[in-house]
Design a protein around this ligand. Structure first.
Ligand SMILES: *Cc1c(COP(=O)(O)O)cnc(C)c1O
Length: 496
């Protein structure tokens, strides 16, 4: 199967090329030429498999230039013995019709691990196939969790270097500590004075800058991306929605006739886009509920058809969703306008020139059929953490709480009692101070004292990877201005 750019149907690439380069040379995103459909027979097979084997089964459909051995090597490396209890994506039953899809049992305690444990394998395998022989430089802009998950996935991987930029005041203390203590000889971490959108825009610009590409080329290097603009990030995320469907069936939930809803706390639109692809492949997802925090650009977009990033940017208690430019929406729009590359290009040009665009009535009608968009502010987020804990004894993190809150509103509004899967994207211990404040407690200054306090209060077990960090030492303290990201990158790579 081939891939093409969302901005040019004639710009083709193999899966290996798409993954090795990360972003299309015209600034578009790579998408598969067609989305494979799963039959009843496929689901019968998938149900019986372990997570690793489900991943292999599904990835094979998308990565047709990978051999079976390649795929097995990648999926085993990524998912065997790296997740707690060897269960990368277990379902936790909250009540009769609500299941929590816990995606944070990996090495960095956020859902990004599901994709970023696999991506280094996909990328190095792809690089071999593309046969460039070049060192791959992974550039990451992070709103907190991607950075750490990418560092952990790529640390000391032969033939790769990784450089991470994060907004200095836009991540939680635990997220910062996780990144700044990162081990590995091929890693660099730098704070920027700016927000996530600044970091992401600067990084995207470096990717498509011809001069920089040439400089790297002369030095035997080549950029790639570990952000969800890389198809190699998206494909692994489709797997867990298909896996969740299989597990619902195993639990005896009658979701075949009615379908089920999926709620996703959303930032860059990667996670929910993966759920959309799963739906397109045949998973009976009825409604995709897109949950945002106060940066509710997507809620407004889904309600009006007008995307408008010209608005106040809020720093919230769910920092990984503090985003106003949701990159992966481009892939969604491309699918919904029947792969009209010209339209997508116009919208993206308008977005970068004026910060806004409006979709056609046809696309808006399709969005209405598939999505529900909702948002909640910090106060509601914190109230939801407390209420969910008091009612069910279940402690969720701030991002998951946004999803739970939006879902509760959705049920009030629609009285829809369809079985619903809520994606839970991080461990509450990555945001201890905020979670404590939900219970009216003010957190101690030291991060690990806050962790201990939350643990004492709730008796919820602290994930091993976070408690292990207590002994780690800080290695990275660099800060740069957003205008200087390019020079900082060249500096880390020793290119003059
Ligand atoms: C990245 C992240 C999100 C947002 O996911 P997108 O794929 O960017 O929409 C939500 N919650 C957490 C904890 C995250 O790390």
């Amino acid at each position: 199967m081939n891939y093409n750019s969302t901005r040019n149907n004639d710009l083709k690439a193999t899966a290996a090329q798409a993954i090795a380069t990360g972003i299309a040379p015209d600034g578009g995103l790579f998408v598969p030429e067609n989305v494979p459909a799963l039959s009843i027979f496929d689901f019968e097979n998938l149900r019986k498999l372990s997570y690793v084997d489900r991943a292999a089964y599904i990835l094979k459909l998308f990565l047709t230039d990978f051999t079976d051995e390649d795929i097995a090597y990648c999926t085993k490396g990524a998912y065997e013995n790296t997740f707690e209890k060897n269960q990368p994506a277990p379902l936790y039953t909250l009540n009769d019709n609500t299941e929590i899809l816990e995606l944070w049992h990996g090495p960095t305690c956020a859902f990004k691990d599901l994709a970023l444990q696999l991506l280094p394998y996909l990328l190095t395998t792809s690089a071999k196939k593309v046969a460039s022989g070049k060192e791959t430089v992974i550039l990451v802009a992070t709103s907190g969790d991607t950075g750490k998950a990418a560092l952990e996935g790529f640390k000391d991987v032969d033939g790769t270097r990784i450089i991470v930029f994060y907004p200095n005041d836009g991540v939680s203390p635990m997220q910062k500590f996780q990144m700044c203590t990162q081990k590995g000889e091929n890693v660099s971490v730098c704070a920027i004075n700016g927000n996530f959108d600044d970091a992401q825009s600067a990084v995207k610009k470096i990717f498509t800058d011809a001069d920089t590409a040439m400089l790297l080329n002369e030095n035997g290097m080549q950029f790639s991306s570990a952000n969800s603009i890389n198809w190699g990030r998206l494909a692994p995320q489709i797997v867990y929605y298909i896996s969740a469907y299989c597990d619902l069936l195993k639990k005896g939930k009658a979701v075949d006739k009615t379908g089920f809803n999926v709620v996703v706390p959303t930032g860059n639109f990667g996670n929910i886009l993966a759920a959309y692809y799963a739906k397109k492949m045949g998973v009976p997802i009825k409604r995709l509920i897109c949950a945002s925090n106060s940066n509710n650009v997507l809620t407004d977009f889904l309600n009006t058809g007008k995307y408008d990033r010209n608005r106040k940017f809020y720093t919230t208690v769910s920092p990984s969703m503090d985003i106003l430019i949701s990159s992966n929406l481009e892939r969604m729009l491309y699918e919904l306008c029947d792969r009209n590359d010209k339209l997508v290009t116009d919208w993206q040009t308008a977005l970068s020139n004026n910060g806004t665009f409006t979709v056609t009535d046809t696309v808006k009608a399709r969005l209405d059929e598939i999505f529900y968009g909702g948002c909640c502010d910090d106060e509601q987020t914190l109230r939801t953490i407390k209420e969910t804990y008091n009612k069910y004894g279940y402690l969720c993190d701030t991002h998951t709480a946004v999803a739970v809150s939006v879902y509760n509103n959705y049920v009030k509004e629609t009285a829809d009692d369809t079985v619903t899967v809520i994606a839970s994207t991080a461990s509450p211990y990555k945001f201890s101070a905020s979670v404590l404040s939900a219970f009216g407690e003010s957190a101690p200054e030291q991060e690990f004292d806050a962790v201990d306090m939350l643990n004492a209060k709730t008796e919820v077990v602290v994930p091993q990877p976070l408690s292990d960090l207590k002994k780690a030492t800080v290695r990275f303290r660099d800060i740069c201005e957003k205008e200087n990201i390019k020079n900082t990158v060249l500096g880390y790579l020793n290119i003059k």
